[in-house]
Design a protein around this ligand. Structure first.
Ligand SMILES: [Zn+2]
Length: 71
């Protein structure tokens, strides 16, 4: 018995709620891919983080350029 909090995706499909085995990579009921939900972040979240950072940097540089041009 562990006091670990139960993950939402563990043992159940996040899409249809059907029972899935601990080694299953795909829901047998609806075919939903379970890759990336077993404690590891998917590649999409890391890429989205980089694009968010790049977007903020672009806005910062544009603001800096406008301030530099108007002074
Ligand atoms: Zn499912």
């Amino acid at each position: 018995m562990t006091s670990e909090p139960v993950r939402a995706a563990e043992g159940a499909c996040p899409l249809c709620g059907g029972a899935v085995g601990p080694e299953a990579r795909r829901c047998p009921a609806c075919g939903w891919s379970l890759a990336g939900v077993d404690g590891r972040p998917g590649p999409y979240s890391a890429r989205a983080l980089w694009w968010t950072g790049a977007g903020f940097l672009a806005v910062y540089l544009v603001t800096l350029a406008i301030v530099a041009l108007t002074h």
